[in-house]
Design a protein around this ligand. Structure first.
Ligand code: NCD
Length: 308
């Protein structure tokens, strides 16, 4: 029997996936590249529904594009005020209605736990497309796939995280995803945006060494194979004054990369605000727009593997 590691499964946390499953997704994504600019009927007759409670451009559009390239159909909402939730319907009731129309539900929500609660209430698979400040498993898969494609491996690399490491769910999920591999972690952020103690404690318990800095040093850049930059997650600050204190406090420019490894790659989940100088876009280091393309392939792979 052919093994189908993801068939019928929910994707709620990156930690639910084994290294074998992650690599299977990467291989599937490679195989689907030939359909990324055309159309196939692999998912003909299948319907994806999205329920989005937070702003999104690429996550929503790439899931939609992925489903349509594979021949499936898409329904959903991104403005809950236009749904019956505005009349007081609960999140769970809404999901239980939507499962009657769709074969898979993709959820983005500001509360951690929303996707999981929906997955427990419905009978169709659920994909978490970002919940709260804690998890964004499909973004982590995209980030790891980008590294794997660009560098040919993940094991043995030095991955430098730069930016808002406190509130970024993509940082949090990528760290969790990389625990399946053997990487050197370097964390660089202004003091108020440092990685939370609980994450560092966990790395410590797992015996994983990491380095932490408040400034991007030349030495840290020179050792890096990947620099993963994130914007300040303004919407997650409880106090707007706290945001004002850190606004514009870091920015990656080509000057920082003068002594970088020749094949360093710079990734960013996007959207970018001002934390990566647009000048850098022209350099061979910049892979963040290619990462968007890889995102389409990964989401095609996930939908195909879960639905067939
Ligand atoms: C990320 C998110 O929503 O967490 N965006 C995305 O899905 N590409 C990162 C971010 O918003 O900064």
């Amino acid at each position: 029997m052919v093994s189908k590691p993801l068939h019928g499964r929910d994707v709620i946390s990156i930690r639910d996936l084994s290294k074998y499953e992650v690599i299977s997704i990467f291989e599937e994504a490679n195989g689907l590249e030939r359909y990324a600019r055309s159309k196939t009927d692999l998912l003909r007759g299948k319907m994806m529904a999205f329920m989005f409670f937070e702003p999104s451009t690429r996550t929503k559009l790439s899931f939609e594009a992925a489903m349509k390239r594979l021949g499936g159909d898409v329904i959903g909402f991104e403005e809950p005020s236009t749904t019956s939730m505005a009349k007081g319907e609960s999140l769970i009731d809404t999901a239980r209605v939507i499962e009657n129309y769709a074969d898979i539900i993709v959820v983005r929500h500001p509360y951690e736990g929303a996707a999981k609660a929906i997955a427990e209430a419905v009978h169709v698979p659920v994909i978490n497309a970002g919940s709260g400040a804690l998890s964004h498993p499909t973004q982590a898969l995209i980030d790891m796939y980008s590294i794997w494609r660009e560098k040919g491996r993940i094991d043995g690399l030095t991955v430098l995280f730069y930016g808002d490491l406190k509130y970024s769910r993509s940082v949090r999920s990528l760290i969790n995803g990389l625990l399946n591999f053997k990487v050197n972690f370097v964390f660089v952020s202004p003091e108020p945006l440092k990685l939370k103690e609980e994450v560092k404690e966990e790395l410590g318990l797992l015996g994983i060494e990491y380095a932490e800095h408040t400034m991007l040093t030349e030495e840290a850049v020179r050792a890096a194979d990947v620099i993963y930059v994130t914007r300040i997650q303004r919407e997650r600050f409880a106090d707007p004054m706290e945001y004002e204190k850190v606004r514009g406090s870091y920015r990656l420019t080509s000057r920082h990369l003068q002594n970088a490894k020749e094949n360093l790659i710079v990734l960013h989940p996007l959207p970018r605000v001002d934390e990566v100088d647009v000048e850098l876009d022209k350099t061979p280091y910049a892979k963040y727009f290619k990462q968007v393309f890889y995102g389409l392939l990964v989401r095609m792979a996930l939908l195909k593997m879960i639905l067939t």
